[in-house]
Design a protein around this ligand. Structure first.
Ligand code: NI
Length: 187
């Protein structure tokens, strides 16, 4: 089932997501829905808070980048209760976007090599080294679980240039070609 995606500006995107245990109700269904939602919107990563569920889960599929980034080949993974253990390597810029921030693409600087620990969808724990685009998307999604959206990593000047666009997104004026969550009326 395709789920509506939460817009930039909503409180759930600023919350720290809660870790889950393996008996978390309907988790397989949620993960399947997250993949379906991500693919329908042509995304490469999606975190649970973006579908209004504040738990520490995100899904990634960067296989589409394999021609330019060999590490992306076959990289489709579910991350549950992820931890970012170490960051190393060079910092590099890449133009990032986010399904919660439609029509905004900005260069973000991140580390190129990370060591991570997480559970997969069968609740098997893994410790991995991720590089390049895989490390990039992990860090973007991991930020969502810390209540952070990528535009918060931009310089104050760059953010001031984007202010109008971000307001348009937050108030619902920006309409992408995928389903976003209807805003609740403020009282
Ligand atoms: Ni995002």
């Amino acid at each position: 089932m395709i789920l509506p995606i939460v817009r930039y500006g909503q409180a759930v995107l600023r919350q720290i997501a809660t870790p889950i245990n393996k008996d978390h109700p309907n988790i397989k269904e949620l993960i399947a829905n997250m993949y379906e939602t991500m693919y329908a919107a042509h995304g490469i990563g999606l975190a649970a808070p973006q579908v209004d569920v504040s738990i520490a889960v995100f899904v990634v599929d960067v296989d589409g980048f394999k021609e330019d980034y060999p590490e992306a080949a076959g990289f489709k993974r579910t991350f549950i209760n992820p931890e970012l253990l170490e960051q190393s390597g060079e910092e590099w810029y890449f133009s990032e976007g986010c399904l919660s921030v439609p029509e905004v693409h900005e260069d973000v600087k991140r580390k190129s090599v990370i060591k991570v620990r997480y559970f997969d969808e069968d609740f098997v724990q893994h410790t991995d080294i991720l590089t390049g685009i895989s490390a990039r998307v992990f860090q973007h999604e991991y930020d969502h679980l810390q209540g952070k959206v990528f535009v918060e990593r931009l310089s104050p000047l760059r953010r001031s240039f984007l202010k109008r666009k971000l307001t348009d997104i937050a108030v619902g004026r920006t309409m992408p070609d995928y389903k976003m969550k209807t805003l609740q009326r403020k009282r």
